[in-house]
Structure formats: C-alpha cells, structure tokens
Design a protein around this ligand. Structure first.
Ligand SMILES: NCc1[nH]cc(CCC(=O)O)c1CC(=O)O
Length: 278
C-alpha cells in the first residue's frame, strides 16, 4: 500500500505536517475490512492511535542507530567544510548542525532507492539514513559508518516494527494470536521513548530524540530536544527498572522541561508555521 508519506516527496516531513503520514491509509484499510493487520515502522506510528486501534506486538529491534552513507567519505568527521549532507529529519539536522557547524544540510526525501540514487548522482557528499531501513532492504553494504547515539541520538521507536490491529466483531482474537511476536525488552524500551514523544507532542515537526536500552531488568533512557539549527539543546538521561518504562519517560521529560525544552520546541513550531515550503 502507498501512504501520503510515500506520495508527497517534494517537501520535508516537517513541512508536510500532520501525524500518521505513513499509517493512516493502512488504518482505513483495516477499518474497511480490506486488511486484518498493519505492519509499521514504529517510528512512523503516532503516539496516540485512533479509537478502535491498538498495537498488538512490537518486534525485536533492528539496529536503532543512524547510518552515514557516502561514496567518497568514511564518516561525518571526514567531510570538508561546505560539504552537503542530505537528511529530511529535523532531529538529524539539529544534531549534525550542533556538532558539525561547517557542514551544509539539504533536504532529502523519497524511498531508500531514490535517496541513494540522489547521493550517487552527486547531489550530496553524504546522506544520513536509519541503519535499520538499509539492513532490512539488504543495503547494509552502503553503510560507511553508524553514528554513535552520543552523536546522533535515535528517534523514538527507530529500528522497531510494530503490528497494529483494529477492533473486530467476528470473535477472532488477533491480540492473543500475535502476542508471541512481542519482544518484551523492545516493547519496554519503545514504551519509554514514546512516552517522551507524547509529553512533547512529538511529530516530524520537532527535533526530538529518545532512546532506551534495556539490560535484563534495567533501563537506561536518554532524550533530547533541540532547535533545528542545533544552537539550543536540552538533553537528559535516567536509569531505572525496565518495568517502569513510562514513568522513566515522564521522569526524563521533566528533566528536559527543567532545561527549557518547551521553549526550545516552541521555536521549532513557530519556524515550521512560518515557512510553508523548503
Ligand atoms: N520516516 C521514514 C522512516 N521510517 C522508518 C525508517 C527507517 C526504519 C526504522 O527506523 O525502523 C524511515 C527512514 C529513515 O529514517 O531513514
């Protein structure tokens, strides 16, 4: 199926705006009985689902990190001043701008093949993509370097896939049938990450990162919000019990708030409103 997020390719996701750009059409298909379940990249799934829909399972996470892809350069550190880096993610943009102010960031949209073709024809010196997407499509060999979460903290849910179902009245208990596919540590990690996103009204319009790792019963949750130019940034981390995932999400959000996260994000929303295209 093709979604609005797949169709609108001349604008960055932050300019297209709205939530559920990659999800809505699949929910309509389920509501109309044309599909029984939908498989999503969790990163694209809004924090709140419409009434009657639920996430039945979160699958074991692929690599959650961002990947550096380039023919000529081995890493972000190797790029010369003025080199053009392609990404349409505000999160990636602000993280790169903060750490590599000498680089030029240009928007990049389209499916993976399109994005790689734009790199290959020389529009960009390098592009940043999710490692998970490249790996799933067998394009792992294109990855020159994976970005350490300390440089490029992943987006909430990045690298995880989720199965969404709709309420139904034929007695088929999809929730129970799909339960064995749920991967608990991934589900706990993304519950914490998505809580942060929810607190700050996360969408593709704000640079927000949230990344949790689960080791046994323990969780380490890091989160960040920034302005698109990377000049203002709030970052925080908490540790606690993985079983308290959502509470940890609230806790780290509170730490971000103490660093003016709300004000930082209001700058982003004002900028998005002021520039209708890019
Ligand atoms: N919004 C696009 C999108 N949604 C999920 C992925 C990658 C796969 C994943 O994060 O699981 C991507 C592309 C990208 O970020 O490069």
């Amino acid at each position: 199926m093709t979604t609005r997020g797949d169709q609108i390719l001349d604008r960055t996701l932050s300019k297209v705006g709205g939530k559920g750009l990659f999800v809505k059409e699949l929910e309509v298909a389920m509501a109309e009985g044309r599909a029984d379940l939908a498989v999503h990249s969790l990163k694209d799934v809004p924090m709140e689902l419409p009434a009657g829909f639920a996430l039945a399972a979160v699958l074991e996470r692929e690599d959650p990190r961002d990947a550096f892809v380039s023919s000529d350069y081995a890493s972000l550190d190797a790029l010369p001043a003025g080199a053009v880096v392609g990404t349409s993610s505000l999160r990636r943009q602000s993280l790169i701008a903060a750490r590599y102010p000498h680089l030029v960031i240009k928007p990049l949209r389209g499916n993976l093949d399109t994005r790689l073709a734009k790199l290959d024809r020389g529009d960009y010196a390098a592009i940043i993509l999710a490692a998970a997407g490249l790996k799933r499509l067998g394009l792992e060999q294109r990855i020159r370097a994976v970005l350490d979460p300390a440089t490029s903290l992943p987006a909430a849910g990045q690298g995880a896939m989720a199965i969404e179902i709709a309420e139904r009245n034929d007695g088929l208990d999809l929730l129970s049938l799909l339960a064995p596919l749920n991967h608990l540590p991934t589900a706990q990690a993304v519950a914490a990450e998505r809580k942060v996103s929810k607190v700050f009204g996360g969408s593709c319009q704000v640079p927000l990162a949230a990344y949790a790792t689960v080791t046994g019963a323990d969780m380490h949750l890091r989160a960040m919000v920034a302005t698109p130019d990377g000049k203002r940034m709030a970052a925080a981390e908490v540790r606690g019990a993985a079983a308290d995932a959502e509470a940890l999400g609230v806790e780290v959000s509170e730490l971000l708030r103490q660093q003016d996260a709300v004000d930082i994000l209001s700058v982003c929303l004002a900028e998005a409103a002021a520039s209708p295209d890019a």
